[in-house]
Design a protein around this ligand. Structure first.
Ligand code: ATP
Length: 734
């Protein structure tokens, strides 16, 4: 039987020494408290009669008995002095805890938080074989059926189910995407694109993984299928400690984009985003247990090194070191997890321990780091709509308008009785100083606008460089290269030039990032100055109120009002122009990306179709339907401006003639035709939807318009494909 545990509730009275309800984690405490929540799960099942060294004594306390003097039927001895080996956490799950228990008391409430705009991360930490992957993503199938028993599966599977059911209840629209990567031997691989090259991790503060696929999912089942597919690609091997041991750290990224707009992807790009990360770390290894040699040993070395770097970061953060002074740069893992560990993420650590005596060192280590993680505090805030963050200039306008209102109300104020009717030297000096401060404020505001404009420019530069990076990385991608083929000199030179380009872009990006940081720094300095100038001006205006004659004061304030009004208009026009240019640039970039993607897809489809025709391969009916749909789309572009009632003969396809009942064939003289031997030449350019044929081989077939329309109708009624298409979003920023 599992330990009795209260259901999660924000009204729990059980408090640990942090004042946090320790036996459970609730949505409320997660939003109120900012420290990492830590739970420990003791692995099960045990081999009968085996000696234990870890004992969960209640649902928040665990003890480690170093000498292993107790049997597995250990009964807690209250008088026993085990204090120094007692560890307290937000929750402890003993060997009998179910997957559902672990999910309900850790991740469940995080799902609501993520839907409402917070970022979240759940990561599993522990030695090899301690049950991390089991807790995170085990898929438990129902007996005699292929379907998954969700409540007995890992927390990611349970999270998928809740996530989709929660967003269904919301009034806002959401688009959910998945990305999945592994860090294997310090290299990042896309688990949804198994043949892709290693991916670039870029940036220091806002880390991005360039080229990582992001795939839209619309149901829990799709998400499970994708996860399963990704896991097939993940590096897992037999070791002496675990027969299916993860040789890499796996990071699943769920991005929720929220919008009240129509459902088209572009509209979701500038909307509020929240991220939910699930990290299944590889386990720390001791050669004594794993008996690893050669490649496995080398993998173990990388795993231990990156876990050590993670442990160091945890230690530094728990000692109160500011994130900017913690060394996250020691490994890709820590660079990637910098923000989730120290920044704007609600984070849950699941520390896994194997209770067997022989794993006492590993368990002690895990419990020590888990205790340290309990001490990490951070600021959590809800993400706002991305587009709201951009027009910083609007703040300046709001501020100017406030000032105008303030000045106007001051003009209306009655002067007090002590007014000096004739301006003396002091009053003159006061007026001059106020005017100088006013000019200074104007200057500072203009500087802020200039800085914002530079920041926006740098942002577009970053996007441009990222696009270039994706381009070169895709060139570097070995997806369609023949395995085992030896490279000729040209290819080797090509590889070198690609690498050179990637290096150049990386260095460009680094310098742009530095420049951006510099502008942000400058911005905050100027904001500080502006704040000071405003305060000084207000106090001088108050002095003026008692020193200068009422008419003169009014005149001056009216002048300020007028100048402020003009300045507001000017700022507003400049700012709007700046934003328009930025948005236009972004739309162009997005359009370019889609067009590029479309062109590539078209070429692939054309070539595939050509091969199928050439080799007379029979197509499965669903693929045939998709080809038909594609064909129709291509024709639809041509038909767009024509009267749809025209017959196909009237459409300007001079080289296409009707053949038989159901197909069109291409004339041998067709301008569309290509030589068969040129098909394998990858340098050949193919235009969109170009029908291809070969003089000696069978003609390329096109379905009749009626058939096409029928096929579209059929296609619309098809179930969504189990693996949905990848969509190009801007790279995720962690
Ligand atoms: N609570 C549990 N109940 C049943 N079986 C479990 C439990 N925890 C772990 N196991 C089993 O123990 C074995 C090791 O677990 P798992 O692979 O999850 O460990 P791991 O910590 O991910 O290891 P590694 O770091 O080597 O990848 C697996 O066969 C798993 O099914």
């Amino acid at each position: 039987m599992s330990m009795k545990r209260n259901p999660p509730s924000s009204t729990s009275t059980t408090q640990n020494n942090d004042g946090l309800s320790a036996s459970m984690i609730t949505a409320q405490t997660l939003t109120k408290k900012e420290r990492i929540k830590v739970v420990v799960r003791v692995k099960s099942p045990l081999i009968k009669g085996s000696k234990k060294c870890v004992f969960a004594i209640n649902n928040k306390t665990i003890i480690l008995e170093e000498k292993g003097k107790y049997s597995s039927e250990f009964q807690r001895d209250k008088s026993l002095n085990v204090k120094k080996n007692t560890f307290t956490f937000d929750s402890v799950f003993d060997e009998n805890a179910s997957q559902e228990d672990v999910y309900n008391f850790t991740t469940k409430c995080l799902i609501n938080e993520v839907v409402s705009g917070y970022n979240g991360m759940v990561f599993a930490y522990g030695a090899t074989g301690s049950g991390k992957t089991y807790t995170m993503m085990a898929m438990n199938y129902k007996e005699n059926s292929g379907s998954i028993n969700i409540s007995e599966s890992g927390i990611i599977i349970q999270a998928f189910k809740d996530l989709f059911s929660i967003i269904e209840e919301q009034s806002e629209r959401f688009i959910i995407t998945l990305s999945y990567m592994e860090i294997y031997n310090e290299n990042i691989r896309d688990l949804f694109n198994k043949d892709s090259n290693f991916l670039e991790l870029r940036g220091n503060n806002n880390v991005q993984i360039i080229g990582l696929s992001e795939i839209v999912v619309t149901s829990p089942q799709q998400a499970i299928n994708l996860l399963h597919k990704g896991n097939e690609t993940r590096s897992m091997r037999y070791t002496g400690a675990n027969c299916v041991s993860s040789r890499s750290h796996a990071v699943l990224v769920i991005v929720l984009r929220q919008s009240t707009e129509q459902q088209d992807y572009e509209r979701f790009i500038n909307t509020r985003q929240s991220k939910l990360l699930f990290v299944d770390l590889a386990g720390s290894e001791r050669a004594k247990h794993t008996k690893n040699k050669g490649k496995r040993l080398q993998e173990g070395g990388h795993i231990n090194k990156s876990l050590l770097a993670l442990g160091n970061c945890i230690s530094a953060l728990c000692n109160g070191t500011k994130a900017q002074h913690v060394n996250f740069r020691d490994s890709k893992l820590t660079r990637l997890l910098k923000e989730p560990l120290s920044g704007n993420y609600q984070t849950i650590m699941i520390a896994q321990v194997n209770p067997l005596l022989e794993f006492i060192e590993e368990s002690k280590n895990t419990l020590t780091y888990a205790t340290k993680a309990m001490g990490i505090s951070k600021q959590i805030r809800r993400n706002v709509n991305v587009s709201c963050q951009v027009p910083l200039y609007q703040n300046l306008i709001v501020e100017l308008r406030d000032e105008i209102t303030r000045l106007k109300s001051k003009i209306k104020e009655e002067n007090n009785g002590n007014k000096i009717l004739n301006e003396n030297d002091k009053a003159m000096q006061l007026k001059n100083e106020i005017i100088a401060l006013f000019e200074e404020k104007m200057k500072l505001r203009r500087q802020l606008l200039d800085i914002d404009s530079n920041i926006l420019f740098l942002k577009t530069e970053i996007e441009k460089q990222n696009q270039l990076m994706s381009y070169w990385q895709s060139k570097n991608n070995k997806l369609y290269r023949f395995k085992n083929s030896t490279k000729n000199i040209n290819e080797t030179n090509m590889d070198r030039s690609i690498e050179e380009n990637i290096r150049n872009i990386t260095s460009n990006l680094d310098s742009i990032e530095n420049e951006k940081d510099h502008y942000f720094q400058l911005r905050s300095e100027i904001e500080e100055k502006l704040k000071y100038t405003k305060q000084r001006a207000v106090s001088l205006e108050n002095e003026l109120h008692v020193s200068v004659d009422e008419e003169a004061e009014k005149e001056l304030l009216l002048l300020f009002c007028r100048v402020n009004e003009l300045e507001t208009d000017k700022l507003s026009i400049q700012g709007d122009r700046m934003m328009d240019a930025y948005e236009l640039h972004r739309s162009e970039q997005l359009l370019n990306r889609y067009q590029e993607q479309q062109k590539i897809s078209d070429r692939i489809i054309t070539k595939q179709r050509q091969l199928i025709e050439e080799k007379k391969i029979s197509m499965p009916s669903d693929l045939q339907s998709l080809y038909n749909l594609y064909q129709q789309e291509i024709h639809a572009i041509t038909l767009q401006n024509k009267d749809f009632n025209n017959t196909i003969d009237q459409i300007n396809f001079p080289d296409v003639e009707r053949s038989g009942k159901s197909f069109f064939t291409i004339n041998n003289e067709s301008k569309f035709k290509r030589k068969a031997d040129s098909w394998s030449d990858s340098s050949q350019e193919w235009s969109i939807g170009e029908p291809v044929s070969d003089d000696n081989k069978s003609p390329v077939h096109f379905p009749k318009v009626d058939d096409i329309i029928l096929n579209i109708e059929n296609d619309r009624s098809l179930n969504p494909s189990p693996i949905p298409p990848a969509v190009l979003f801007p790279p995720i920023t962690f």
